[in-house]
Design a protein around this ligand. Structure first.
Ligand code: HAM
Length: 423
C-alpha cells in the first residue's frame, strides 16, 4: 500500500474503529466503579499554563526539563498537560471546591502528553485514568485510592501484578534523610553515573530510581528513608500498611520507590506488571500534602494515583483478555431496485426508534455485494427487500449466523429482532 502523505506525529497514535470498543468498555468500567466509590468526574482543559506545570511537578524533574510540549501564543505560555494532578489541584483552588465541604473525591479519564522516546508502552500522547482525593490527610484516603485502583484491574481480569509501597516522608523527614543519603554517597560521588552526580545536589533521592549500571552497587547498600521517618510519617505509613492488610490487598515494601514528581510526601506507590516488558508500571501515585499550598491554595492534604490505559490494554493482550464483544449490527437492509431502496431509507428510522440498530448499503451495489457487506458488518440479520416483497408486505429476514430465512411482515420482524437485541 502507498505510504500516506500525512501521518501522526511520532509517539502519537490513532485509536481506530476496531479498537474504540475496548476503550469504551474500559471507560464504562471506570465510570461504574467510580460511582461505587462515590468519586465525581472532573474534566479540565488539555492545555495549562507552563508555570503551573513547572511549579506543580518540579522545575528539575525529567518531565519539566525534557518532556513537556510547550509553546507560546501572544503573551501566553501553554503546555500540553503531561499529567493531571497539578491541573486538578489548580481547578480545586481556582473554583474554591473546598467550599463544597468534606474532601473532594475526583476522578478523570483523558489524554496526557510527554515528549518521551516512544517504545512499547510509552507514547507521546497517552491516556490515563486516575483519582485525586483533596482535603483529607487520613490514611483511609490513601487506602481508598489504592483500593479503587485495584478494583479496576480486578474487574478487567488482570491479577498478576505487584503493588510496591514506600513512604517518602514529610519535608522534615526528607531533609534529614537527604543529608544521610548524601553523606553516604559523597565519598563515591565520582563513581556514580553522570545523571546521578547531577542529581546529587538537585534531588539526591531520585538517584535511588537510577537504572544506570554503575549506580546499582551504591543504591543497593544505601540507607533507606523508612529508617528516617519522623513519628508522624511513620505512624501514617504504618496505618496505611495495616489497612491494606486488613483489606487483603497484597503489597511489597520498596524503600527505593521515589517516583518522578517533586510533589510527593509520605505514601508513594506503584503497580507494576510482569506482563508489560520494560515499561512495567501500570499505575502510580501517592500523597502530595503540600501541592495545594504550593500553587496558591490553603494548606490542604491530598492523595491520588493515575494509571496508563494503553499499558492496561497491553497487559490484556498478553493475558488474552478481551474487554469488548466484536462489533455488530442487528439488521442490514439489502435492497433490489430503487423503490426498495427508498423503502429502506424510510424503514431505518422505524427500526432504530424501536431500539434496533440498523444500516443499509450506501453505494448502490448488487444484492450479492450487499450480502457480503452484511457479513462484513457482522449483521445478525439481513432484511432482503425487492418489488415482490414490497407488494406482498412480507420480507425475507435472513439469520446471518444460522443461514436460515423466514418471510415476515415488518412488525413481526421488529418483534423478533428487538427482542434479541435487548437480550
Ligand atoms: P506517573 O507515574 O507519571 O504518575 O504516570 C502514571 C501512569 O501513566 C504510569 O504508571 C504509566 O502507566 C502511565 N504513563 C506515564 N507515562 C506514559 C507514557 N509516556 N506512555 C504511556 N503511559 C504512560 C502521574 O502521572 C501522577 N500524576 C499520578 C498521581 C496522581 N499522583 C498523585 N495523583
Amino acid at each position: 500500500m502507498a505510504k500516506a502523505k500525512y501521518t501522526t506525529h511520532l509517539g502519537m497514535v490513532d485509536i481506530l474503529p476496531d479498537e474504540s470498543p475496548k476503550w469504551r468498555a474500559l471507560e464504562q468500567i471506570i465510570h461504574e466503579e467510580a460511582a461505587r466509590y462515590n468519586f465525581e468526574e472532573i474534566r479540565t482543559p488539555i492545555m495549562e499554563q507552563t508555570e503551573l506545570i513547572k511549579r506543580g511537578i518540579g522545575q528539575l524533574t525529567d518531565i519539566v526539563t525534557k518532556e513537556i510540549f510547550a509553546f507560546t501564543k501572544g503573551d501566553s505560555n501553554y503546555v500540553l498537560r503531561p499529567e493531571l494532578t497539578a491541573p486538578v489541584v489548580r481547578s480545586y483552588v481556582q473554583h474554591h471546591l473546598a467550599q463544597r465541604g468534606g474532601s473532594q473525591k475526583l476522578y478523570y479519564i483523558g489524554p496526557m502528553f510527554r515528549a518521551e522516546r516512544p517504545q512499547k508502552g510509552r507514547q507521546r500522547q497517552f491516556h490515563q485514568f486516575g483519582v485525586e482525593v483533596i482535603g483529607s490527610g487520613d490514611p483511609v484516603a490513601d487506602v481508598e485510592c489504592i483500593a479503587f485502583m485495584m478494583s479496576i484491574y480486578k474487574r478487567v481480569g488482570i491479577k498478576n501484578f505487584n503493588l510496591k509501597l514506600n513512604s517518602v516522608g514529610d519535608p522534615e523527614s526528607r531533609e534529614q534523610y537527604k543529608n544521610v543519603l548524601k553523606d553516604y554517597l559523597r565519598p563515591n560521588l565520582n563513581q556514580l553515573s553522570e545523571l546521578s552526580q547531577k542529581r546529587f545536589e538537585t534531588n539526591p533521592m531520585r538517584i535511588l530510581d537510577s537504572k544506570e549500571k554503575e549506580d546499582q552497587e551504591f543504591i543497593k547498600n544505601a540507607p533507606v528513608i523508612g529508617d528516617h521517618l519522623n513519628e508522624d510519617s511513620a505512624a501514617h505509613f504504618k496505618k496505611v500498611c495495616d489497612l491494606l492488610s486488613s483489606l487483603e490487598i497484597e503489597y511489597t515494601l520498596d524503600p527505593l520507590l521515589v517516583r518522578g514528581m517533586d510533589y510527593y510526601t509520605r505514601t508513594a506507590f506503584e503497580l507494576t506488571s510482569p506482563d508489560l516488558g520494560s515499561q512495567d508500571a501500570l499505575a502510580g501515585g501517592g500523597r502530595y500534602d503540600l501541592l495545594v499550598e504550593e500553587i496558591g491554595g490553603q494548606p490542604t492534604p491530598a492523595v491520588g494515583f493515575a494509571a496508563g490505559m494503553e499499558r492496561l490494554f497491553i497487559a490484556c493482550e498478553e493475558l488474552d483478555i478481551s474487554l469488548a464483544e466484536p462489533k455488530t449490527v442487528d439488521v442490514f437492509i439489502a435492497t433490489l431496485g430503487d423503490t426498495a431502496r427508498d423503502w429502506a431509507v424510510k424503514t431505518l428510522p422505524v427500526l432504530r426508534d424501536r431500539g434496533v440498530s440498523a444500516t443499509m448499503d450506501y453505494l448502490g451495489r448488487s444484492l450479492k455485494a450487499q450480502m457480503k457487506d452484511a457479513n462484513r458488518e457482522n449483521a445478525r440479520y439481513a432484511l432482503i427487500v425487492g418489488d415482490n416483497e414490497l407488494e406482498a408486505g412480507k420480507f425475507t429476514l435472513r439469520n446471518m449466523h444460522e443461514s436460515d430465512e423466514e418471510q415476515l411482515d415488518l412488525e413481526q420482524i421488529i418483534q423478533k429482532v428487538a427482542h434479541l437485541s435487548n437480550d
